[in-house]
Design a protein. Structure first.
Length: 559
């Protein structure tokens, strides 16, 4: 084997030994040795390869695969600007703690800073967003045994860093891989043996002992509320169960695992009613995960009358209001409840608010994104996957849908960008392996159209993408830019109407697509399965007015 082929083969072999089962490739020349090694591993049946022609799409596909599976997923690019297109996904993986591996092929060091074609300074490209980065060095002939140890050690270290096995802090890693010619083997390489062998029995070169388990249960205390934000599903589910046993109400965002049947429906709406909150203000709030969706939740966490305790399993913890009095690795409580009436009061209030908003949504004369969010969640079969766009959809589900613990809900809430959401959903659906639905705004949909493009021979997901189409950036109509004072310039710089037929766009990219005229048509459209796009027209201004009416309905229900 020439040196480039040797590095590529050893790297892929060690990735598989370390638990990698999916990999994503964007085509290129300098990355050819690793691409060939990955496709050979797929032929051998040890991993599944996904190919995309666009690096940004490839990186978010890998992000979705890693987020849904919990396993590290590498994405391979060629050199130059191709590597820059991974940056947004790397940033999301950083804040969300997703084990994404950026394998960036590179020109050899002697070509850097020379004006050579397709050459930039790639080492350290992603700065502090990665848990670890290595400029692996150019493979050389005549140093087989030493390089085998080095390469396998580097790959093992990258996987341990990405999965947080030792740090408890998973996230992205970059391996920069400079190659000299020749890049391709002259003949099919043989097995990795002799100086190129790995550990016996398929073991990784370097294994890691998992981080210590959490400390003892969090103590009982005065009236306690659990606020659960975006985070690992297993952690959220454990805290939902513990809070139910302890008699603590849970206000949970949809994508953190704690959004189960015991969570308070419309918790953000409850917290936005001052009179009700004054009578039911918690003495202590335990924060699990990273809450980002609701201003009323943020206001509660900033209230000096409330003691905030933050539970974290990593060296990072959320504290946007700088109000945490305690940061702990405590486990969920085990009960029994000291005040059963405390949780019952929150559950009853959530039920009253739910009835009020249901009546308002059902009475709306035209389709709305708010009703669509509620109805999509209700229509999902048990065991389904739901991926939410980071603009209006995730907030509508948070406020209006009935929480469900029998579906998996994911969202890119790390940096909360709308980029790459289709690709994330496709990757998550492929890892999930069952029915999946993505609920995305129209701009989020248009932002990642390339994610719909799957090439010949590529796996196609059982994914239905539901798009409430209000012809632009409807969320801004519900925020400060939507106020009458800014009406003159709103349409151009915030509303941003696109005027596209989203059904025709989706069909042009090879997806079945349909437009439904009313919410009543939604269940049949979802039952057809994917890959499919379902669009429904809505109105920005009507949705902004409805958002105000929903808050008023919640206040009236708690009057």
């Amino acid at each position: 084997m020439n040196p480039s082929t040797a590095l590529a083969r050893v790297l892929v072999d060690e990735l598989v030994r370390g638990g990698v089962r999916d990999a994503v490739v964007a085509p290129g020349s300098r990355s050819a040795p690793v691409a060939l090694a990955l496709v050979a591993a797929e032929r051998a049946g040890v991993l599944r390869l996904h190919v995309r022609i666009d690096e940004r799409t490839a990186s978010f596909l890998a992000l979705g695969l890693a987020r849904a599976s919990g396993r590290p997923v590498p994405v391979l690019t060629t050199s130059g600007t191709a590597t820059a297109h991974l940056h947004a996904a790397v940033l999301e993986a950083d804040v969300s703690g997703v084990p994404l591996l950026a394998l960036t092929a590179d020109r050899p060091p002697e070509l850097r800073s020379t004006g050579a074609n397709q050459t930039i300074e790639q080492p350290g490209l992603y700065g502090g967003a990665v848990r670890w980065a290595a400029d692996v060095g150019v493979p050389e002939a005549g140093r087989e045994a030493a390089q085998n140890r080095y390469w396998r050690s580097v790959v093992s270290r990258s996987l341990l860093a990405a999965t947080g096995a030792l740090s408890g802090d998973p996230g992205p890693v970059q391996l920069n891989l400079p190659f000299r010619d020749p890049l391709l083997p002259e003949e099919e390489p043989g097995p990795l043996e002799g100086p190129w062998a790995g550990r016996d029995a398929g073991a990784p070169w370097t294994a890691g002992v998992p981080a210590p388990a959490a400390s003892g249960p969090v103590g009982d205390g005065p009236r306690t509320l659990v606020v659960a934000g975006d985070g690992p599903g297993a952690v959220g589910r454990a805290w939902a169960a513990g809070a139910a046993a302890a008699g603590w109400p849970v206000v949970a965002e949809p994508s953190g695992g704690a959004w189960t049947g015991d969570a308070v429906r419309g918790g953000a709406l409850l917290l936005g009613v001052p009179a009700w909150l004054d009578a039911h203000r918690p003495d202590r709030v335990v924060v699990v995960g990273r809450p980002t969706l609701s201003r009323p939740v943020s206001a509660l966490l900033a209230d000096p009358r409330v003691r905030v305790e933050t539970v974290t399993a990593t060296p990072r913890w959320p504290d946007a209001g700088r109000s945490s009095a305690l940061v702990t690795r405590a486990a969920p409580p085990a009960g029994p409840p000291s005040d059963p009436g405390w949780a019952a009061a929150w559950a009853g209030a959530g039920a009253r608010v739910g009835s009020a908003v249901d009546a308002l949504l059902d009475a709306a004369p035209a389709p709305t994104a708010a009703r669509l969010a509620r109805d999509v969640v209700a229509a999902l079969p048990a065991g389904a996957l739901l991926v939410l766009g980071s603009s209006t959809p995730v907030r509508d589900v948070d406020r209006l849908a009935v929480p469900r613990g029998d579906v998996t809900v994911l969202a890119n809430r790390g940096v909360a960008g709308i980029d790459g959401t289709i690709s994330t959903a496709v990757g998550a659906a492929l890892a999930h392996g069952g029915p999946a639905v993505a609920l995305l705004g129209d701009l989020t949909f248009l932002h990642d159209l390339q994610g719909l493009l799957t090439g010949e021979g590529e796996a196609r997901p059982d994914l239905t993408v539901v798009v409430p189409d209000n012809d632009g950036g409807g969320i801004f109509a519900q925020l400060e830019p939507g106020r009458p004072a800014y009406a003159r310039d709103y349409r151009r710089v915030f509303g941003t109407p696109h005027g596209r037929d989203l059904v025709a766009v989706a069909q042009a990219l090879g997806w079945a697509a349909t437009r439904v005229a009313s919410p009543g048509e939604l269940p049949d459209a979802l039952a057809r399965g994917g890959p499919r796009v379902v669009a429904i027209g809505t109105d920005q201004r009507a949705e902004a007015d409805l958002a105000v009416a929903l808050r008023e309905a919640a206040a009236g229900a708690l009057g």
